[in-house]
Structures are given as structure tokens and as C-alpha cells.
Design a protein around this ligand. Structure first.
Ligand code: SF4
Length: 697
């Protein structure tokens, strides 16, 4: 930090990284961010983590895209082969007019041959415009974004069983709880400011039950640490619920008043006695009983989960179990009680709310409903579009291989790094005959582009953003985009004009006003009001700061009742065997964000974690004859990577944890593209892997 002489203006905005949505004051001099300070936002109360505090300088990196680029006719064959320092070996610079015409002409009139990936890093308005452009411009719903890779299964289960895809209580409500479960999440690394509330909760005596195949940082604060076998979530959760049923610990009054399908749930749980499940999940029966009694005995209990729950082929079943556990104990809709999937990207909640998903229009209104579609086309002043649910992220890659999709518009997503079985995705991108990429850097995906549209980083845009708590906040441009780069909404509007859609927006506030026409979640929330601070949706009046807890008096489902949906045990798609005997778990690290395009170009963050690494239990490393700092070759049925080994007692024996931010050892070369049948989310959290000693790559 510095003193007031260090900057010439201050801008209040929001962090671009995780779904916590910390508010930040940026100290700016000569249009460059000098340093930042946390401010008193509802989700952070002045706190920031290392990414928010030090992770802003990537916007000044020399690799920023500053001119529209068109692939040269004499460029080498498409592949991961462009040097970001020498773009002109593959691309030529173009004017905006030429690049936009080229981008639009490659998509125009191609209907179902076009698909789009939008971004959870953009504003709500930009997400809304993106889904509108695909639906209005091409007449179908093949539009998706990274929610498909993080919480799609959680949203599927929440919509099915409580009638809404968002959290029922803010994470700050843990202040009013006496027991909390954190399962399949690692907030100390992935939602660090939220984790500070968890720690304070334990400091004042709250019981924190941590469940994870890795002994994450929260272990130190836990009253119970259940390091269960990877993939055994449903067995463990059903066993805990079995105890609650068998010992009569459930909340009969709540169940009768607010739920349906309880008899079926009770009957289903009969086969899951803790003694039977202990071996399956690796947790002693007495511990399962103790956890069941502790949670059921809570005055107010919350359940938090992350991608350890969602990224399985049984991800929806995992979430169904957590919802059932909360319902049977009456732990929803009161202070300190609720369900909270910790959302990943800064605006994945908002982008999903804005309809950037193939089965739902804004506010999770189904594309199959004729009345819903006509409400939107009335506002859009355009004809009807398909009532068929669109394809999801991984399905779109398969459709490219099947010659059904030939042209794509990708804004701020990086499927050449983030998709499972990524060589399959990279081959698909290479096969497209027209790929428009809109981004701030030459991402791995942009390597395959026919045209690249240089856009704005989060710090360079104005628009609203919605965090994991349902808090809608105003993001303000801190600095202008570099060179000829433009805000994403402007590029979308210019493309839409060239597709003949007649858009006339000249400011994001006009888009927000249009969103409100068909999004009741935004009732009582206006652009002007957001200038004064965050508003949590739903907000019941222009004065109401918003409801941090919802569903205290029933659910947005038939008869106001939430549903119990029993979940059966489904094994992982691929189980370890003689050839691939270890379990591979992928995830994030504190310092790096997703595919690393921002954090690996941030000096401080990259200095702290400069090299691709994987973690194994020290005993497993000894058995492999490998010392920490030496290298391992990890191989699955999809491919191999070579990566530095670390010893970490938190990782279970015969498991490997591999962060996915490093292109030189891309975790997704190894991962399995098998999908959860409901959320269509891939099984990033479980692959069978072979581990061998190797030389440095
Ligand atoms: Fe940014 Fe999340 Fe860290 Fe807050 S906790 S500073 S939102 S990365």
C-alpha cells in the first residue's frame, strides 16, 4: 500500500476472480492500478485474499491483445502452435470493421451449425446479450458457459428439489449457525474470504464438519474431519441420513409442512446402515453416527459444497443427498440454516441467471415453455426460436466431431484448456471451419481462431455482477482497455448488427433495463440503486437490501413443497485397475485461477506458484522412489503429462491431486469426459491414473 500521493483517483469495483465478490477500492495513477484496498462490501467487510490484493497487473501484460486479428491464409495448420510474442506469424492485423464483418459472415445464415460459449467473467449484461445473440441470431439454444464445468449438477438438483438454482442463504449466515458442513470444497484456497467467516464461526464455538477426500486447510478448524474415499459421497451421505431416520432425529413438523416424497426417502435409506457403508466410504460407523447426531441436533445448520460434490457423474445425486439432509433436519429458511453451493467464477451465478445456458432463458425459465419464449421474443421484437434444449459444453465438442457444428463464437472461455479429455476438444476446435474468439490474451483456444476480437478485462468494464450470495453489485471500469481493445458488450452489439439483429444499445444500463422486463429476480433492483451498493436478490421493495435467507415459508415448487429425491450409489465412470491403479483428482490452487490465463501473467501470483506441480501422500511418493521436487509422469487412457511432485499428507494414499492451471502439464489431457446425466457435468474429480518416476519435461 502507499499513501495518497501514490494515486490520482480511486474507483470502487469488485474483484474479478472468485464468486465471493469482494468489493475493492482501486488506487489508479495514469490509468494504471497502483494498489488496491478491500472495502466494506457485504461479502468481504474490507477483507481480500492474495488474488484480489495482488492479482491485477495481468491487465498490463505485454501479451494483451490490442488489435483485431484475422488468420493469415498462409498460416500453419491450426494447433496449439502460436507464439504469443509473435502473433503475426499466424494472424494479420485488421480494422474493427473488417474483423467484425469477417466474424459475422462466417456465422450468418448457418443456424444450427453455429454454437456459442459465453463467459462467467463478463458482466450480467454481456452474458444476457450473448445468449440473446445466439437465440435470436441463429434460432436455437446451443449456448453454454463454464457453469457446465463447475456447478451445473448442483443447479440441476436445486431446481429439481427446491425450485431455485441459487443459494438459500448467504455464506455470512454461518455467523448465526451452530453447526456447518463443508463438503467437497476447499474455501481456504478457492473462496478465501468466505473461509475467514468459517474460521470465525469455529472460534466462537461453532462445530465445523469437514468432509473431503483431501484433508483441506479447513481440517485445522474442524470438529469432525471425514476424509472419505474419493467417489463414495452418496454412500457416506446416505449412511448419515440413515442414522437420522433410524434414530428418529428428523424434523417431522418441517417435513410435513414443507416437503414431499418423504416416505420414499425413508424407505430408500433403509439399506444404508453405517456399519455397511463404513468400508465403502472409509469412515467408521461411529463417526458417521456422531456426524448425523451433531447435524440433526443443530439449532441452526448450514451445508456448503463445492466442485468436489458437483464434478462427478453422480454430481446431481451428491447434491440431492445434501438437499435431503437439510430438508429432513429442517435446516432451510431460518437464520443460520441453509444450502450454499460455493460458486466458482466471479459472475457464474449472474451469467447463469442471465440465461447463458442451453436449457434455460434468463431466470431459469425453460426454453421448452411456449409462453416463456414468446415473452422474450415480444421484448426482442423477433420471431420464435427452437423449443429444444440446446447442447452443453462437452456435447458441442462432440457435435463438432460429428460435423453438426461448424462455426463457433467463444467469448472469454478457454475450452482448449478447461474441457475434459482436452485433446478431443482441441481437435474439435481445429476442425471448425470458422472460429471467432473474443478475449484479452491469446488463450490456448485463441490459437485455433480464424478471427480474434480483442476485448476488455474485468477491471476495464462497467456492468453488474452477481456473487455466490445472490448479491448484485456494480463493477466499474478502473482503466480503459489497451490499444484498440473494446468492452465485450460493444463487440457483441456490433456483431449482432452485422447479423441483422438491429440492436441499438449504447450503454450496459439499457441492457440491464431490458433484462428486468423478464427477470423477476431483479425486481426492485435498478442500475441507479446499484450505484449506492450491493442489493441481494430477491429484494422485496425499493428499500429492502434483499433477502439473505429464502424459503422460510415454502418453496417455489408445486404446493410450496421441496422434494426428497433418493439417490442410488453409482460408481465412478472409470475405476482404478492394474494398469491405472491411482485416483486422479483435479482442482485449483490459492494463487492460480482456472486455466491460468490471468494469474500466470500476474507477477506476484506467478512468483509464488511458478511451476506445474502435483501432490501425493509422502508414503506413496516413497513407494514410487520419488523425492519431493522430482518429476512424475501421470498417464490415463487419454494421455500423459510430466509434472513436479510435492509431498502432501492431506492427499490420501494412492491419490494424486493435480491443479489445472498449467498448460505445460494440462490436467485435462488426463481427465475423463464422462458426464453426469442430469447436469451434463464431466467427472473432473475422478480418473484412473498410472504414476511413474520421470525426468523433468
Ligand atoms: Fe477476490 Fe475471491 Fe479473493 Fe475475494 S476471496 S479477493 S473475490 S479471489
Amino acid at each position: 500500500a502507499g499513501d495518497s500521493k501514490d494515486y490520482d483517483r480511486e474507483v470502487a469495483s469488485v474483484c474479478p476472480y472468485c464468486g465471493v465478490g469482494c468489493q475493492i477500492s482501486f488506487k489508479v495513477k495514469d490509468d494504471k492500478i497502483k494498489y488496491v484496498e478491500g472495502i466494506d462490501g457485504p461479502a468481504n467487510e474490507n477483507r481480500l485474499c492474495v488474488k484480489g490484493r495482488f492479482g491485477f497487473d495481468y491487465i498490463n501484460h505485454p501479451h494483451r491483445l490490442t488489435k483485431p486479428l484475422i488468420r493469415r491464409e498462409d498460416a500453419p495448420a491450426k494447433g496449439l502452435n502460436v507464439d504469443p510474442g509473435n502473433l503475426l506469424s499466424h494472424f494479420r492485423e485488421a480494422s474493427w470493421d473488417e474483423a467484425l464483418d469477417f466474424a459475422a459472415n462466417g456465422m450468418k445464415g448457418r443456424g444450427r451449425e453455429v454454437a456459442g460459449f459465453g463467459s462467467a467473467k463478463c458482466s450480467n449484461e454481456e452474458a444476457y446479450l450473448f445468449q440473446k445473440l445466439i437465440r435470436q441470431g441463429f434460432g436455437h439454444n446451443n449456448v453454454d458457459h463454464c457453469t457446465r464445468l463447475c456447478h451445473a449438477s448442483s443447479v440441476a438438483a436445486l431446481i429439481e428439489n427446491v425450485g431455485s438454482g441459487a443459494v438459500t442463504a448467504t455464506f455470512n449466515e454461518i455467523e448465526n449457525a451452530d453447526v456447518a458442513i463443508a463438503i467437497g470444497c476447499n474455501p481456504i484456497e478457492n473462496h478465501p474470504v468466505a473461509a475467514t467467516y468459517f474460521k470465525q464461526f469455529t472460534k466462537r464455538g461453532g462445530k465445523l464438519i469437514v468432509m473431503d477426500p483431501r484433508g483441506t486447510g479447513l481440517k485445522r478448524f474442524a470438529s469432525h474431519m471425514l476424509q472419505f474415499k474419493a467417489g463414495a459421497d452418496v454412500s457416506m451421505l446416505n449412511a448419515i441420513m440413515n442414522v437420522i431416520v433410524e434414530e428418529g432425529l428428523y424434523d417431522t413438523q418441517y417435513i410435513e409442512a414443507f416437503t414431499e416424497n418423504w416416505p420414499a426417502m425413508k424407505a430408500h435409506l433403509k439399506g444404508f446402515e453405517p456399519e455397511k457403508m463404513a468400508k465403502v466410504c472409509g469412515i467408521e460407523a461411529e463417526v458417521l453416527r456422531d456426524v448425523a447426531r451433531t447435524f440433526a441436533g443443530a439449532k441452526a445448520g448450514m451445508i456448503f459444497w463445492g466442485m468436489g460434490i458437483s464434478q462427478h457423474i453422480h454430481g446431481t445425486d451428491n447434491s440431492r443427498c445434501l438437499i435431503s439432509l437439510a430438508l429432513m433436519t429442517g435446516q432451510v429458511g431460518r437464520p443460520g440454516a441453509g444450502l450454499h453451493p460455493l460458486r466458482g467464477q466471479n459472475n457464474v451465478q449472474g451469467a447463469s441467471d442471465a440465461g447463458l445456458i442451453p436449457m434455460f432463458l434468463p431466470d431459469y425459465q425453460s426454453v421448452t415453455d411456449d409462453g416463456v419464449r414468446s415473452a422474450f421474443t415480444d421484448v426482442w421484437k423477433s420471431g420464435d426460436f427452437s423449443s429444444e434444449k440446446g447442447l452443453t459444453v462437452v456435447e458441442i465438442m462432440d457435435a463438432i466431431h460429428a460435423d453438426k457444428i461448424k462455426s463457433m463464437y467463444i467469448l472469454g472461455e478457454n475450452p482448449a484448456m478447461s474441457d475434459p479429455d482436452v485433446d478431443h476438444a482441441r481437435d474439435a476446435l481445429a476442425k471448425l471451419d470458422h472460429l471467432v474468439v473474443q478475449d484479452i490474451f491469446l488463450t490456448e483456444t485463441a490459437n485455433y481462431a480464424d478471427v480474434i476480437l480483442p476485448s476488455s478485462a474485468w477491471y476495464e468494464k462497467t456492468g453488474t455482477v452477481t456473487n455466490t450470495n445472490r448479491q448484485v453489485q456494480m463493477g466499474r471500469a478502473v482503466a480503459p482497455p489497451p490499444g484498440d481493445a473494446r468492452e465485450d458488450w460493444w463487440i457483441e452489439v456490433e456483431l449482432a448488427k452485422r447479423l441483422g439483429l438491429g440492436w441499438t444499445y449504447t450503454h450496459p444500463s439499457q441492457v440491464f433495463a431490458e433484462m428486468k422486463l423478464n427477470m423477476h429476480s431483479l425486481d426492485n433492483i435498478t442500475w441507479e440503486r446499484l450505484q449506492g451498493g450491493a442489493v441481494t436478490y430477491p429484494s422485496l421493495s425499493p428499500e429492502d437490501p434483499g433477502q439473505s435467507i429464502v424459503f422460510g415459508d415454502g418453496f417455489p415448487r408445486p404446493e410450496g413443497r421441496a422434494r426428497f429425491t433418493p439417490a442410488n450409489v453409482i460408481p465412478p465412470d472409470e475405476v482404478p485397475d492394474g494398469e491405472y491403479p491411482f485416483v486422479l483428482i483435479t482442482g485449483r490452487q490459492l494463487e492460480h485461477w482456472h486455466t491460468g490465463s490471468m494469474t500466470r501473467r500476474s507477477k506476484v501470483l506467478d512468483a509464488v506458484e511458478p511451476e506445474a506441480n502435483c501432490s501425493l501422500h509422502p508414503k506413496t511418493l516413497r513407494e514410487l522412489g520419488v523425492a519431493p521436487g522430482e518429476y512424475l509422469r501421470l498417464s490415463t487412457r487419454r494421455g500423459s503429462v510430466t509434472v513436479m511432485a510435492r509431498a502432501d499428507r492431506a492427499v490420501a494414499e494412492n491419490n494424486v491431486f493435480l491443479p489445472f492451471a498449467y498448460v505445460e502439464a494440462a490436467a485435462n489431457i488426463l481427465t475423463n469426459a464422462a458426464l453426469d446425466p442430469y447436469g451434463k457435468i464431466p467427472e473432473f474429480k475422478f480418473s484412473a491414473v498410472r504414476v511413474e518416476k520421470a525426468e523433468a519435461a
